[in-house]
Write a protein that binds this ligand. Structure first.
Ligand SMILES: [Zn+2]
Length: 439
C-alpha cells in the first residue's frame, strides 16, 4: 500500500454483493489505487493470474462505481466495531476519559490524551458529551441511534493515516469551538440551532480530507478539482460529504424539509469559511464590524458570521495552545506537508510551498503561519471578546510559542529537525487553567 495521501482502499469483498468479475479476473483481496496524473493499480491478488497493464484502463473505468461504493455505507455494510463504542476499554481508561470530559471547557484540554483514553473515539465521545451538555438531543428530538450512526460515519471518514487532517484534529477543533461558544459575549445570545450548527460544522469541517492541498488536487487533475471547478475544492467536498452522511443517517429526517435544508446550507456556509484562501476576506469584514461596532448578535445573520469566525479561529488555534500541545500539532502539519512534497518529487511535479522538508523547516513554517494567519485573526477575536480571559490566555500562548519557534529557527540545528526534547521549554503560563471551565 502506497504511503501517499491519495490512496483509496477498496476491500472488494466488503463492497460488492459477491464475486464481482473485473475483466475476467475475480478479485478476492484489496485493490489500492493511487491517482497522481495516472491511475495506478498498485496491488491486487487475483485467483486467476495477475493484473495486466491493459486492465488498468478498465479498472479506471470502474472507479466511479468504486468511489460510489466507497462513499456508501449502505453498500459497505456496518462497521465491525462501531466508533464510539467504549465497551472494550478498561474501566480505568473510561474513568479517566469521563474525568477529562468534566473539564472539557478548559483551554489546556489534552485532546491527544483524550483520544488515547477513548481508544481513538475522541470525536464521537466528545460530540455526544457536548450534545448532552446543551441538551440538543432533546431540543431537536434527535434519535440517539441515528446520531451515533452519523457521528460514527464522520469519525470514520477522517483518514487516520493523515498526520494532521484526521479525526483528532476534528475533535480538537470541536473542543476549541465549545470554548468559544462559551465566551461571555456570545453564550447568552446563541440559540440551540447556533450551537448545533457550530458543533456539527467543527466536527465535520475536514471530513475525508485526502492529506494534500487544493493546488495538488488541481495539478494532478483530481476528480474533486473538476467537480468543484478548482474553487474551495476541499471545503466543498467536506460539506457535501457531511450532507451525504446527514441524509444517509436520517439524523434530520424528522424535521420539516425547509429546516433540514436550512441546516445543510448553513453548515456549508460555515465549512466553506474555513478555506484559508478566503482568510483576508473574512478578516477585513470582521475588522470593519469591530471598527464600526455594528455587530448585533440579536440578528441571526450576524451570529452566523461570528460562528464562521469562531470556526476559523478554532481551525487555526494550534499556536494558541500550551506549548506541548502546540508543538505536536506543528510537527504533524509539517509532516503532512512534507509527505505531499515527497509525492510531488516522486512524480516530477513542482514542490509546493512549505512542502519541501529540506528548505521549509518546522520553525520557519510555524513563524509564517502564526504571523500571517493566526496572529491577525486572534487579535481581532480578542477585540470581539472585549477581551475575555480566554482570549488573553490564547494570545499569551501564541506570543510565547512564536518566540520559541524563533529561537529554534536561529539555533544551528538542521532544517526540518524534529523538535522533541527542547532545550528550553516555555515556562508554565501565568494564570494557567486548573479548574473546571476556566479559560
Ligand atoms: Zn481543519
Amino acid at each position: 500500500i502506497h504511503n501517499g495521501c491519495l490512496n483509496m482502499y477498496i476491500p472488494i469483498e466488503n463492497l460488492v454483493p459477491s464475486n464481482l468479475h473485473i475483466s475476467g479476473v475475480l478479485f478476492k483481496s484489496l485493490i489500492c489505487i493511487t491517482q497522481v496524473n495516472i491511475w495506478r493499480c498498485v496491488s491486487a491478488s487475483a485467483q486467476q493470474g495477475g493484473v495486466e497493464s491493459g486492465t488498468r484502463r478498465k479498472v479506471k473505468r470502474l472507479l466511479s462505481f468504486q468511489r460510489y461504493c466507497h462513499d456508501s455505507r449502505l453498500l459497505r455494510g456496518l462497521v465491525p466495531c462501531a466508533p464510539g463504542s467504549l465497551h472494550f476499554l478498561d474501566d480505568d481508561y473510561l474513568g479517566q476519559a469521563a474525568h477529562m470530559l468534566s473539564k472539557v471547557g478548559t483551554w489546556n484540554f489534552d485532546i491527544f490524551l483524550f483520544d488515547r483514553l477513548t481508544n481513538g473515539n475522541s470525536l464521537v465521545t466528545l460530540m455526544c458529551h457536548l450534545f448532552n451538555v446543551y441538551d440538543l438531543v432533546h431540543h431537536f428530538q434527535l434519535d440517539m441511534v441515528k446520531l451515533h450512526r452519523f457521528l460514527g460515519m464522520v469519525q470514520e471518514d477522517y483518514h487516520s493515516h493523515n498526520p494532521y487532517h484526521n479525526a483528532v484534529h476534528a475533535a480538537d477543533v470541536t473542543q476549541a469551538m465549545y470554548c468559544y461558544l462559551k465566551e461571555p459575549r456570545l453564550a447568552e445570545q446563541l440559540s440551540p440551532l447556533d450551537v448545533f450548527l457550530g458543533l456539527m460544522a467543527a466536527a465535520a469541517h475536514d471530513v475525508d480530507h485526502p492529506g494534500v492541498n487544493q493546488p495538488f488536487l488541481i495539478k494532478t487533475k483530481h476528480h474533486l478539482a473538476s467537480l468543484y471547478q478548482n474553487t474551495s475544492v476541499l471545503e466543498s467536498h467536506h460539506w457535501r460529504s457531511t450532507v451525504g452522511m446527514l441524509r444517509e443517517s436520517g439524523l434530520l429526517s424528522h424535521l420539516p424539509a425547509d429546516m433540514s435544508q436550512d441546516i445543510e446550507q448553513q453548515l456549508g456556509s460555515l465549512i466553506l469559511a474555513t478555506d484559508i484562501s478566503r482568510q483576508n476576506e473574512f478578516l477585513l469584514t470582521f475588522r470593519e464590524h469591530l471598527d464600526n461596532q455594528d455587530l448585533d448578535l440579536q440578528l441571526a445573520s450576524h451570529r452566523h458570521f461570528i460562528l464562521q469566525i469562531a470556526l476559523k479561529c478554532a481551525d487555526v488555534c494550534n499556536p494558541c495552545r500550551v506549548w506541548e500541545l502546540s508543538r505536536q500539532w506543528s510537527e504533524r502539519v509539517c509532516e503532512e506537508f512534507y509527505r505531499q512534497g515527497d509525492l510531488e518529487r516522486q512524480f516530477d511535479l513542482e514542490i509546493s510551498p512549505l512542502c519541501n522538508q529540506q528548505a521549509d523547516s518546522v520553525p520557519a513554517v510555524q513563524i509564517g503561519f502564526i504571523s500571517y494567519i493566526a496572529e491577525p485573526l486572534f487579535e481581532e477575536w480578542q477585540r470581539f471578546t472585549e477581551p475575555s480571559a480566554l482570549s488573553r490566555t490564547m494570545l499569551g500562548h501564541l506570543h510565547k510559542n512564536k518566540a520559541c519557534w524563533s529561537s529554534r529557527r536561529c539555533a544551528p540545528s538542521s532544517p526540518g529537525t524534529r523538535t522533541d526534547s527542547p532545550d528550553e521549554e516555555p515556562g508554565p503560563e501565568a494564570g494557567d487553567e486548573e479548574g473546571e471551565d476556566t479559560p
